[in-house]
Write a protein that binds this ligand. Sequence first.
Ligand SMILES: [Ca+2]
Length: 502
Amino acid sequence: MEQIDLYHERGSRSRLKRTESLMHYFNVRLMMVLLPLLSVSSALANETRPPNIVFIVSDDQGYDDMGVTNPEVISPNLDRLCEEGVRLTSFYVAWPACTPSRGAFLTGRYPQRNGIYDMIRNEAPDYGHKYGAEEYAVTWERIGGMDEREVLLPELLATAGYRSAIFGKWDLGVQRRFLPLQRGFDEFYGFVNTGIDYFTHERYGVPSMYSGNSQTEADKGTYCTELFEREAVRFVHENKDRPFFLYLPFNAPHGASNLDPAIRSAAQGTARYKAMYPHLEDTLVKGTRYGKDAMVASKSKKRLEYLAALTQMDAAIGSLLDLLDEYEIADETIVIFFSDNGGSGGSSNHPLRGGKGKVFEGGIRVCAAVRYPGHIPAGSTSDEFVTSLELFPTLLSLAGVSPPTDLILDGHNMLPVLKGESASPRTEMYWKRRDQEAARFDHWKWIKNNTGEFLFDLKTDLAEKNNLADTEPQQLTKMRDHFAQWQHEMEQAEPRGPFRDY
Ligand SMILES: [Ca+2]
């Protein structure tokens, strides 16, 4: 069997490079002679070689927006990930919006511990302001970044021989010292800030696409999802014979960061994918923007653009999954997928309360799935309490890398949970976004915000409708204490920039 498998593997690869077919013929003949030796060494190599990692993040996708839960959504490849792996129904991110959520899973640490506990974002475009190049260069979006003392995941994976790439949204700083190539990634093609126009790749009129350490406008006009797909496919092709870490944070289905009110109010889909949702209308309606009357996307158009962007992202994911099959490395590859925060705009977070920006479940509990054939049971669903903070220790464990002993991590290796072998050791999680504070402890959820204090029992009230703050005073006190303890721990942590002084 070993011999036949090896023959087939080489056979399938030869179809990809027809010009090399003659060379291939001789290689196969040579292989037949060498097989008894090679099969032993390849078996050894497979035993010691860590798995490839494909880590896919969508942007602002709703909790309910996968075909497996919502028949309106066309996402055959996300559905396939769920059917061939485990779908996680109680998976949380560490912050209800982009930048801190991403910083947390790339460091394995709470935003309050790694320093990025708010957005790196200019707010002037919210008032219709377009920056000139020199003016933009001295704004927060161009100067803020993840503290250089923080250790990012690819830096540690490199010690196990991984080649790492990011294609898509970086969001952790634009100064050269903050860019991916200085933070452990070998390759970067993508946009540096939070949100762009899908076609111009500009952020409110400012060019935002980078290749390596340099800004590029070479692909201006091409729908960005196609570009990230192109780079991801190339990267897998070039690295299929060695362990790789592919981080693929799509822009989709985030709203378009374009000053034009008609574009800004929705995501952007292409005609081909919009045609897949004929029940939705591509219409503008009278509204307001920047305090003035303006034509903006109708509710139907918001959903249409969002779903078209989502489905095209799904197709790109499909290309990648097909490629893993074609190269016969799907069994040696763990594929992780989740949204960076809850849905906004045209999304559905049903049945959760709230969405992006809020610490109600709709902002922090996200759609998620993990596929690892032969390790994680296909078609399983897990309601175990797990979070994006688990990603870092899980992937290090799979890679056989021990984190530095002085590095404080806030998660655990969740592979046994994903396999269905054990219950999650996680019992608590905390969130803080300015004046919004929240804690989950077992099945209890506590929230304090500028409208009051809430206590919910998630076991019976997933939609957070029934506030028990008055009827469960003892539990309320416990939750306040848990949160205060966590906050104290974060305040005692070694300070990290850019918001804290050190
Ligand atoms: Ca986001």
